[in-house]
Structures are given as structure tokens and as C-alpha cells.
Design a protein around this ligand. Sequence first.
Ligand SMILES: NC(=O)c1ccc[n+]([C@@H]2O[C@H](COP(=O)([O-])OP(=O)(O)OC[C@H]3O[C@@H](n4cnc5c(N)ncnc54)[C@H](O)[C@@H]3O)[C@@H](O)[C@H]2O)c1
Ligand SMILES: [Zn+2]
Ligand SMILES: [Zn+2]
Length: 365
Amino acid sequence: MPQTVQGVIARSKGAPVELVDVVVPDPGPGEAVVAVEACGVCHTDLHYREGGINDEFPFLLGHEAAGRVEAVGEGVTEVEPGDFVILNWRAVCGECRACRKGKPWYCFATHNATQKMTLTDGTELSPALGIGAFVEKTLVAAGQCTKVDEADPAAVGLLGCGVMAGFGAAVNTGGVGRGDSVAVIGCGGVGNAAIAGAKVAGATTIIAVDVDAKKLEWATGLGATHTVDASAEDPVEAVRALTGGHGADVVVEAVGRPETYEQAFYARDLAGTVVLVGVPTPDKEVTLPMIEIFGRGGALKSSWYGDCLPSRDFPMLVELYRQGRFDLDAFVSEKIGIGDVEAAFEKMHDGAVLRSVVVLDGGTA
Ligand SMILES: NC(=O)c1ccc[n+]([C@@H]2O[C@H](COP(=O)([O-])OP(=O)(O)OC[C@H]3O[C@@H](n4cnc5c(N)ncnc54)[C@H](O)[C@@H]3O)[C@@H](O)[C@H]2O)c1
Ligand SMILES: [Zn+2]
Ligand SMILES: [Zn+2]
């Protein structure tokens, strides 16, 4: 029997989000229904609400979540009811040209549920990043569920998007290693996770750049060795000054704007790597002198979801968290109710939080 539960939708461009009844079908072949225990509020949810991703309203928002598998459909073998899982938005197909080349983190045909969740009048919902998790129960492809050891869902659910994206941008995409210098421009949830990742990977100089003093303070707590207030000084000059005049080996851009991308480009050392993990809106353009692109060598990369492989990376990061080596709790600025998402967007906009996390019944608030 389909279930009717409460969920948070964005009905139209720019309108405040609404808490409504959502109809969740029983899982079909290859699908799972998950009782959501916690879901972080990510900047990408706000992008959806503002129409910055696409126009397929209404959206069922939320996508950084942990919960418990309630039911699985025919043919599902990877998870079973009762499993504690983190949801991922890139369930690899195993068959596309990227998967066949042995690079499944680039999978070009990732899976989502086939059936749609709907409003009670039958209107189909577009789940954010193919998840939709500001809702008591959600329907996903079984491959979007990664089983992990039991841990606080509010903390480990963040691995489902922003924290994994940032950590992986530094470690997987940027290839940060022992002794490297790293600069991270934009220290929200994503950028601060890049800082934490750089620390775990052994970087010795980790420079946090933001325009918000509070973000820089959090960055220091997560492993930044230096901070740069980009509202007060030129971040390119500051990063060079902190790296012997050369620039950083790896610069992670976690804002998604042309000006910060250009700063990242000029703040890296010769043969260094720029990683773009911030998501630009479709209207943004950058202009760079081609001779500089050539002359500086190195690599200009983009990072989808931190080039992660959920089955490899989520259990490993949960273990680092359990061992006290990766402070996921530091990202949870507040735990809120499912009716508080709009207020959380305002706090995000004001820079008051790293992550607000919606905790649902069953989650350990
Ligand atoms: N690539 C991916 O897979 C992926 C996954 C999740 C999120 N993202 C994207 O990453 C970006 C960051 O997400 P978030 O959740 O951390 O957002 P956030 O709003 O919490 O953080 C953005 C940070 O950038 C800072 N900032 C703004 N302008 C700046 C400037 N000119 N110079 C320096 N810092 C500046 C803000 O003060 C803030 O701290 C967003 O674009 C989001 O959509 C990408
Ligand atoms: Zn694939
Ligand atoms: Zn996200």
C-alpha cells in the first residue's frame, strides 16, 4: 500500500517551501523505501528552490540523509529492511562506458527510483538529486542506499552530499597528499569538509579563504593552518604570501562563482591543481588568458560529488568519524524539525550555520 507522509516541497520558483502530504509508492523492482532519520540542508536545495538547477517544479527537497531501510522491491540484494544506510545521489550503473573503464565514480548513467512520489492529487514530484529526503519516508533506487555502521544519523547523513563532496574534492579529485599546500576558497559545509579532508590526507599548509569570520573560525577548528578574510585582503596575494610566494599545490573552489574561480586559478602554484566543486548557475562565465592556462601547467578539474564511490568511501569515513579522526559533529550547527527548512535557508544565507540538519522521528535528536 502506498503511504502518505509529510514532506517539504518547493512548488514554484522562489516561493517559500511548504510542508505537504507526499504519497510514497511501495518499492518496485530495484527500489527501496527508506525511513529518513536525518537530512542536512544543503545550498543545492536552495538552488533548486530558486530555479537555478532546472524548471521541473514541484521539487521534493533534501538529499543529505541517513535512515533505515523499511522495505525493498523485487530483486534487491544489496540492502534489506532494518539496514542503517546513507543515501547517495550517484548510484553507479556498472555498465556505462565510465564503469566499464573501471572508473565508476564518473558513471554516466547513475540510477534513481523508476516510480515517482506524488502529491495527493497525483502531481509527480521531482526529488532533489534523485533523492528527496525532507520527508518521513522516501523512495530511491536500492543502489542509492549504502549500508554503514550505526552512528548519529544527523552527523553521518552529511556524508550523503556536501561533506563527501568537499572531502573528496580535496582527497579524490585534488589528490592532496602528505606535505602538500592546499587553499580552499569558500568555507561552508563543502569547503570545510575539503579542509578536514586535506588534514586527514596529510597536507601541512591548509589555507581557508572566506568572507565570513565565523566560517574561518570553524575552518581553524577543522584543520586550517591559516585563514584569509577575502573581504579584507586579496586572497591570491595572501595565498601566495603563505606559500613562499608560489601559490598552493591544490586550490579547491567551493563557492561556484567566476571571481572565486579566477582567484583559485591564480592562487595555485605552477603545475598545481584547481578543483571546482562549487556549482555555478548556468549564466556564469569565466575568461582566462589562454597563455596562462598553458604556461601554468597542472590541471583544472571539476569534482562531481567528490569523485566518490559511496560503497568505498561512506563506510571508511564513518569509521574515521567513529575513531575520532574526522569530526563530522562539527558540521552539525543545529538540529531542526521538518517544518524549519525555510528558516534554515535564511540562516544559511546569513552564514549563521555550517549545516542545519532536519531530524525526524526515529532519528536520535
Ligand atoms: N560538486 C558537488 O558535487 C557539490 C555537492 C554539494 C554542494 N556543492 C556546491 O558547493 C558550493 C558550496 O556549498 P555549501 O553547502 O558549502 O554552501 P555554503 O553557502 O554553506 O558555503 C559557501 C561559502 O562561500 C563563502 N563565500 C561566498 N562568497 C565568497 C567569496 N567571494 N570569497 C570567499 N568565500 C565566499 C560563503 O561565505 C560561504 O561560507 C555550492 O555551490 C553547492 O551547490 C557541490
Ligand atoms: Zn555507469
Ligand atoms: Zn547537497
